[in-house]
Write a protein that binds this ligand. Sequence first.
Ligand code: SAM
Ligand code: SF4
Length: 498
Amino acid sequence: MDAVSADIRSWTGNRIIEGQIKKYTDKGRDFIPDNEILRKLKDNRDPDPGRIRDILQKSLSIETLLPDETAALLNVTDGGLWQEIEAAAARVKNKVYDNRIVTFAPLYLGNLCVNNCLYCGFRRGNTEAERKVLGPDEVKREIEALAGRIGHKRLIIVYGEHPETDVDYMVSTIKTIYSVKAATRNGFGQIRRVNVNAAPLSVEGLKRLHEAGIGTYQVFQETYHRDTYHAVHPAGTIKSDYQWRLYCMHRAFEAGVDDVGIGVLFGLYDWKFEVMGLLYHSRELEKRFGVGPHTISFPRMEPAHNVPFTQDPGFKVSDADFRKLITVIRLAVPYTGMILTARESAGIRRETIPLGITQIDASSRIGIGAYSDSDESQQGERQQFFLGDTRSLEEVIGELAGMGYITSFCTAGYRCGRTGKKIMDLLRSGDEGKFCKLNAILTFREWLDDFAGDETRKAGEELIAEELEQVKQRMPEQYPHLIKNYERIKNGERDIYF
Ligand code: SAM
Ligand code: SF4
């Protein structure tokens, strides 16, 4: 064994802290009761339409559903009833989030990884992957492209699990990202919220991310089904520990990070079981910490270079079932943010956004160093999988405006302390929407002035005119403050928020 691999082995061996799992389990038992989930899915077959309509009313009062209620929704087979269910999901989304869609970009910082997840292009065993970890100057160049050329304000930064990209590296890259001021046509642009998608960390590691000022900490369980989990995460790797991953959000709360994002990689196991897993996870967080997940993600597995497993995942989710799972998640956890990524094609995104999506990415590139690298032919071996929607942010914003959605670049929530329970309570009561609506208008105006071409600008301005009118009607007391700040933005001031 060479010196480097000995170091990596010792680092890997010290990663999992058993005490930080045990303190949360019930004598080793966790909150995913596999058999109970299977039983509930069976017991709630052929649900009565009257019962389904009662469940929809409960979602509309922004209450988290019970496992039996969620299982009943998942088991509906009647096409007409599904139309009612989808309409209710759209109403829940509008009630909590109105017509806003938040946009972000993924930024991959390093693809070294000690794990060997069967489905991932970064897995250790993929000897054809070109490995790279960005240095500070390369990170700066990526931010200059993202914040200066495209106009993003919010990122999800992504790391493999490796000693070279451990917490020290994470903290230093987060600091670099926040420090960059990138020239735009009216001044400069900046990344204002950095969300993190990384391996499960210890409480100590998470405290450091919290101090560095992260927004949401996102970790997907991949699959809640234990046997499948062990089959796709080879024994002896860190990731093979189901409970270390399952309890990482508990550790995040303990460390002070109270905006957490959970998710499933759909295609690994039965989609209905996985939706139930997401519900049990959300309910557990609500019970323990008084606040559920800030976001839920539901990526479908995509093909990746030299990753044969992705060619034939056993539980590939059809487009029709994908629609259903989005709808049921929206209704089961009505307050949560829902993220639909550019893994999906433009057509699927267009169709499913109205079912309850709150956040999408655009202009995304997932090769390491890809935003500042003009040579696209090099990206295949450096990216984790292949993207479905490669349209620019401007194209996506233009389309959203045509569909009646305002793109929000708001990052005010965590900067004003509206996180965790505070934001959940505001969302449930409908009050958060007030801040969000005003901030959406201000940040959209900023983006139009700094980045939009003539056509998008025109479509955007028409939408803003409608939004201003709505504020005037619905929130007359806020309207004068909004107009004052709106004029300041038009005159070139930036980063003004409620
Ligand atoms: N290494 C960390 C981890 O595994 O949690 C974070 C980064 S990992 C690259 C981010 C997510 O990408 C994983 O949680 C997984 O759900 C997703 N992913 C991996 N392979 C994928 C594929 N072939 N298609 C779509 N998503 C994939
Ligand atoms: Fe590594 Fe994450 Fe990919 Fe697994 S999913 S191989 S942990 S980067």
